[in-house]
Design a binder for this molecule. Structure first.
Ligand code: ZN
Length: 175
């Protein structure tokens, strides 16, 4: 997506390398496309692949960054709560809405935790080029997928993600 959310995460964590603050950046093992957090302007930062957010709990980190949160199932919100209870600062990046135009369950649950700050970025529509893309269309063999996707969609190249504006978005009428 061309929203600058990876750049946002990188700009927060890159300076921490020069401090003694224990921090870590994490990505789902489902994200096989990216190795680390890569911004479109060429800057990247290493991230550890994790199966579950539970793997971070015993690391005693002061600041934790989780990239592409929508690739985690909603039950993981319990582990985010545990991190917060430990006093860990948690910075999360990801898409908010799925390809049906609904909030991802885990994103909804995180918003219900009442985050201190939410930065909302719009992307550029990959169809018409307008800078007001708020949806993500998922394409398979060139056609919008309107039903039958698993809750957590693998990012292994089977599906193509396309940022779309409300005008270009083809909404599923099954839901
Ligand atoms: Zn558009």
């Amino acid at each position: 997506m061309k929203s600058g959310k990876s750049f946002e995460l990188i700009s927060h964590f890159a300076p921490l390398k020069y401090t003694s603050i224990p921090f870590g950046l994490f990505q789902s093992v489902r994200n096989v496309r990216d190795d680390g957090i890569c911004s479109r302007n060429g800057i990247s930062l290493g991230a550890q692949k994790i199966e579950s957010i539970a793997q971070i709990l015993d690391k005693k980190l002061a600041v934790v960054g989780i990239d592409e949160i929508h690739m985690f199932p909603e039950q993981e919100v319990e582990n985010i709560k545990k991190l917060l209870e430990q006093g860990t600062k948690v910075i999360i990046s990801g898409l908010d809405m799925d390809c049906y135009g609904r909030l991802f369950p885990i994103v909804r649950q995180i918003l219900e935790l009442g985050p201190k700050e939410v930065k909302y970025r719009r992307s550029v529509c990959e169809i018409c080029g307008n800078p007001n893309a708020v949806y993500t269309q998922i394409l398979k063999e060139g056609k919008p997928v309107l039903a039958g996707l698993p809750l957590v969609v693998p990012d292994d190249g089977t599906y193509i993600y396309q940022a779309t504006c409300p005008k270009c978005f083809v909404k599923s009428n099954l839901i």
